[in-house]
Unconditional design. Structure first.
Length: 471
């Protein structure tokens, strides 16, 4: 009879396995770091301020805003500190992400307390950022930190060649740093100009005049009368014109005669923007459960605009903020009207590939101003051409705009380009990688990228990239 020795075999195999495990453990233990006898202090592992300030301070000295929680925000906080943290008094005036330093509130704490519509914490829509509901704004707080990281001084110059609704300019103005914003859409040049000018409106005088005026008379001035048919806008062959000149021409040739024309230029423009805001609300909310009569939008927007102007006036006076005066130019990012090596930093956000129709988004505004939308479409990066050709033209224009940014930057100057990875015809675009690969041939000496997750929000956008380039 054959003996069954399988049980014996298994015990034998298990014995071998145990031996192997033991010898592996012995080998591993040779590589083990010696056991800590003392545990690290909790503050060194749990205090994010220590990490942000590279060990220089703890949260007892410096407090980040409570809503600073995303990785990109912490990185930007660390980056702005690394450039400006040597002088805490100046840092308190400039920081975007710290709320308190040595028991004193920072300037951003006060500025971001001037609340606006759609605001998220201390990041966006404060001050006049929320004026005119432009789709595609980036966050002022992030831009401020990038300006800080690039170490731009009060005698420096920041350029935004795709300025849109002027976020970069509003930030530069409150930092006291000169800036130039350029856009090929004349309507947005006007919006940007009014947003920066409205920062310095004298609220007490404005409200005194308003107390003697009926808001509906203002509304009727803009919408109740026939506007001039004479073309005020000279077209896209007349580039590089100051937005103030565009506004002066619009007032002279396009807007009706009436009592508003007797007001100071900045006041007239303020009411104009408020009316354009109401026009946008009215256009977008038609047919939804938020629909209201046009005049109601205007009255509500006017009251909210005035609240912002009052609070902005108070905070700038109380904190002694000296605003810089940005320049807005109607022009092209593809042929910048600036000499070589004249700019300290470029902070910008070009159109995100070909996915967003910037003309359609603001058609109501362009129509009000009598600007030819098909002509504008031929000028905008990302809207030229059809189907396959569209992407090729976008790529070509992006390369050209980067060549221009490089040309106007001073040696060692930096560019921060914010770009989203939108989906086009089922494919997720990856222009961030393309820009990084072009950087050396365009002459940039360094290139880095920070990724920002888009939480919720626009489904077609998963990440935004902050591409950092150094000349
Ligand atoms: C993403 S938006 C910029 C938004 C801006 N960062 C803001 O916060 O409001 C891109 C802008 O690029 C502008 N643009 C497109 N082609 C341009 C060109 N060739 N030159 C200058 N601006 C252009 C568009 O009109 C649009 O305003």
């Amino acid at each position: 009879m054959k003996r069954d020795n399988s049980a014996q075999k298994t015990t034998f195999q298990l014995g071998l396995l145990k031996q192997e495990i033991l010898s592996a453990q012995t080998k591993l233990s040779k590589h083990k770091t010696p056991r800590r006898l003392t545990l690290p202090p909790l503050t060194s592992v749990a205090d994010i301020t220590t990490w942000v300030t590279n060990g220089a301070y703890t949260r007892k000295t410096m407090k980040l805003f409570n809503d600073v929680c995303q990785v990109y925000e912490l990185l930007l906080a660390r980056m702005e500190f690394s450039t400006l943290g040597d002088d805490l008094a100046e840092f308190a005036q400039r920081t975007a992400y710290f709320e308190e330093i040595n028991g004193y509130k920072t300037l951003h704490y006060y500025l971001s307390a001037v609340r606006g519509k759609g605001q998220i914490g201390h990041s966006n829509q404060y001050l006049t950022h929320w004026f005119y509901p432009y789709k595609g704004k980036y966050h002022g707080q992030m831009i401020k930190a990038l300006i800080n990281f690039m170490g731009v001084k009060k005698n420096g110059l920041v350029l935004d060649p795709f300025v849109g609704s002027g976020t970069t300019l509003v930030e530069c103005a409150t930092l006291g740093i000169p800036s130039i914003g350029i856009d090929i859409n004349p309507a947005l040049c006007i919006v940007s100009q009014i947003k920066v000018d409205s920062l310095s409106l004298n609220y007490p005088e404005l409200s005194r005049w308003l107390s003697k005026t009926k808001p509906l008379d203002i509304f009727n001035y803009f919408f109740g009368q026939v506007r001039e048919k004479r073309p005020w806008f000279l077209g896209f062959s007349h580039l590089n014109r100051d937005a103030k000149d565009l506004l002066t021409e619009a007032w002279a040739w396009h807007l009706p005669e009436g009592f508003i024309k007797e007001l100071p230029f900045e006041w007239r423009n303020f009411f104009f923007l408020c009316c354009l805001h109401a026009l946008s609300d009215h256009t977008y909310l038609q047919g939804t459960n938020k629909e209201r009569p046009f005049t109601e939008f205007f009255i509500r927007d006017l009251n909210e605009y005035l609240d912002t102007i009052r609070d902005t006036y108070t905070v700038l006076q109380d904190r002694g903020v000296k605003l810089a005066q940005p320049e807005v130019l109607f022009g092209s990012a593809l042929k910048l009207p600036l000499p070589p090596e004249s700019v300290d930093a470029v902070i910008t956000s070009p159109p995100y590939s070909i996915a967003i129709d910037y003309v359609k988004n603001d058609e109501h505004l362009l129509n009000y101003l009598g600007i030819d939308t098909s002509e504008l479409r031929e000028q905008l990066v990302g809207l030229k051409g059809k189907r396959q050709e569209k992407l090729r033209l976008y790529e070509k224009d992006m390369k050209q705009s980067l060549t221009e940014m490089h040309r106007v930057l001073k040696p060692k100057g930096g560019a921060a380009i914010v770009l989203g990875d939108v989906v086009v015809e089922g494919f997720r675009t990856n222009f961030c990688s393309k820009i990084l690969s072009w950087a050396p041939e365009l002459g940039f000496s360094e290139a880095e990228v920070i990724r920002r997750a888009i939480l919720g929000g626009f489904a077609r956008l998963r990440y935004e990239y902050i591409i950092l380039l150094r000349k």
